[in-house]
Design a protein around this ligand. Structure first.
Ligand code: ZN
Length: 573
């Protein structure tokens, strides 16, 4: 029960920590927004950006409120204590969100009908990509920064980025898959880090507390309404607290409409935490990002291009444009701001850097993007985000010609949405490549789809169709029988196969554990248990690594290596 209350508290807090929309500014300043809303009513469908003058005025008012809050924070000890307590609660809640993502299953292999693929959850389960993104992020933060940052990739085809008060920056595979270069990626990461570096979460909490203090009774009433709104919103599985609220989006893993209240509130933790930062905060983060990206020697002239890409993509699919982009009509403003920074404020610095040249895209980055775009393309395909799926998978096969899964899903998306004979021919060719490169006989669906498409062709070679159908059935059966055994291996076995083609012996196959040997090892561990570690000051449960024999002894020097007993044939001869 206490968890429930605490979680409701998060919902209310996060939702009420919203951007200074016009309505809120009205509430904050005691003045209405009738003029602007009338304007809006007149041009309902045009979705024109709010009048620049009105917005500038509102921003100024909002900054006044912020300034007053800061003054109160500096002068009033009680108020400061309230803010610090609320902030530490927020930190705990964000820590909880991070914990959920860090400790839940990250990936598993599934097969549904003729498809077999790896599902990613919570965190994108690709170590090299995670490391690569984190490294780019760490290079952007000043070495002397007092904060610690972590840059992590979440598996979600919707382009979004979010920042926790803990210093964690999440960026979705969907967003990364749309970025054309390392420079653009660096910019998004730096922008999100900027919200942390500039202490925006703390600022939000301070404003919230200030609002409460200013009008205790009214705030209580409003908070109560918001709380109700957030719960009913989450029960409907919709985006909780749209409008006035901070757009805590339901996202793809949103609450189940039929679940119980506890489950729904818990589901809030799994949702992307999307906050509309205010214009000033966004500009601060943009400016921080510009400088950071330039200091790290990335070509900031690519940043406006990023907004142009986002504009195009957002226009095609309403699901795109969440998170990093914030409000849709702000994309234009941010594009203009970025162009302005390139042309004016940073012009000299850019010209100076140009003399030595900017960092160009590394081969490593390109190669890792092939994996990420394939995986995101598959996710997008299953979300019926066809355009994104097609674009991602097209790029994935262009970078890595011999990836059977990328060819397979590219074929599937082309076959699904293709209209012309050329589309279908292309789909067929993709299934052909998927089958050709299926060296582990695990991409069984490619043989089925290839056979199906061949049957429609004139002068079809019946023998080949029959062979492909036979491959499909045989490989499917083999996969099903082996599935149990394969579950003993890490879910990223496919990725390891890829690395083994680069670094390992040819024809490498994983070694299944030999049960009698495992039992023998367990017994010998038991008879020679290490003595308790000396001088433990706290009752630590974990023993020092040096004194703990590795459970898997096969890599320990001096031990006889486990003989290589291949599992049932998984590759073509
Ligand atoms: Zn932002």
């Amino acid at each position: 029960m206490s968890t429930l209350i605490r979680l409701c508290g998060i919902a209310a807090l996060v939702i009420s920590l919203s951007s200074p929309t016009q309505a809120q500014l009205g509430a904050l300043t005691g003045k209405g927004d009738s003029k602007d809303s009338k304007d809006k009513d007149n041009k309902k469908d045009k979705k024109k950006p709010p009048d620049a003058k009105v917005e500038a005025k509102n921003v100024a008012k909002y900054q006044d409120v912020k300034k007053n809050a800061k003054t109160k924070y500096d002068a009033d000890t009680d108020f400061r204590d309230d803010v610090e307590q609320a902030f530490s609660e927020l930190m705990r809640d964000h820590g909880e969100r991070a914990y959920q993502k860090n400790t839940q299953i990250s990936s598993r292999i599934v097969s549904v009908r003729e498809d077999r693929w790896r599902v990613h959850e919570n965190l994108y389960d690709n170590l090299l990509v995670q490391d690569h993104i984190n490294r780019i992020g760490q290079r952007l933060v000043a070495a002397e920064s007092e904060r610690a940052f972590a840059f992590k990739v979440i598996p979600d085809p919707t382009p979004l980025a979010e920042t926790l008060a803990t210093g964690t920056v999440y960026i979705s595979t969907g967003l990364i898959s749309l970025l054309d270069s390392e420079a653009q990626l660096a910019y998004v990461l730096a922008h999100e880090a900027g919200h942390v570096e500039k202490n925006h979460w703390h600022e939000r909490v301070m404003l919230e507390e200030y609002q409460k203090a200013q009008s205790e009774a009214q705030a209580k009433k409003v908070a109560g309404l918001r709380l109700l709104g957030s719960i009913s919103g989450s029960m409907l599985g919709g985006a909780a607290g749209q409008g006035v609220a901070g757009k805590l989006q339901a996202g793809f893993f949103g609450a189940n409409a039929l679940g119980d209240l506890g489950a729904n509130v818990a589901a809030l933790l799994y949702r992307p935490l999307i906050v509309d930062w205010d214009t000033v905060e966004e500009n601060q983060a943009d400016d921080f990002a510009f400088k950071a990206v330039l200091d790290a020697n990335y070509d900031v002239r690519e940043v406006p291009e990023l907004y142009v890409t986002m504009q195009k993509v957002a226009a095609r699919d309403v699901r795109i444009g969440l998170g990093f982009l914030g409000d849709r009509h702000r994309i234009d403003q941010r594009l203009e701001h970025a162009r302005d920074l390139v042309a004016n404020a940073y012009k000299q610095e850019i010209d100076a850097k140009l003399k030595n040249g900017f960092l160009s895209m590394s081969a490593e980055h390109r190669n890792l993007m092939a994996e990420l775009k394939r995986d995101n393309g598959i996710m997008a395909y299953y979300h019926d985000m066809f355009e994104l799926a097609r674009a991602n998978l097209k790029e994935a096969v262009a970078i890595r010609e011999n990836d059977p899964a990328a060819h397979y899903y590219y074929g599937k998306v082309l076959k699904q949405i293709g209209r012309t004979d050329d589309d279908l021919k292309l789909a067929r060719d993709e299934f052909y490549k998927a089958a050709k490169f299926d060296v582990h006989d695990e991409n069984f669906g490619s043989h089925l789809h290839l056979a199906m498409m061949m049957t429609r062709e004139n002068n079809v070679d019946k023998k080949i169709v029959a062979e492909e159908l036979d491959d499909y059935v045989t490989n499917y059966a083999r996969w099903n029988l082996m599935e149990g055994t394969l579950r003993a291996f890490p879910p990223n076995l496919d990725t390891v196969y890829e690395y083994m083609t680069l670094y390992g012996p040819p024809n490498w196959t994983p070694k299944p554990p030999i049960l009698p040997e495992v039992y023998e090892q367990v017994n010998s561990l038991r008879s020679s248990a290490p003595p308790p570690p000396p001088q433990q000051t706290s009752p630590a449960k974990v023993q020092a690594p040096a004194e703990t024999p590795a459970p898997n002894q096969k890599t320990t020097p001096g031990k006889t290596p486990v003989p290589n007993v291949p599992i049932p044939n998984t590759r073509k001869k």
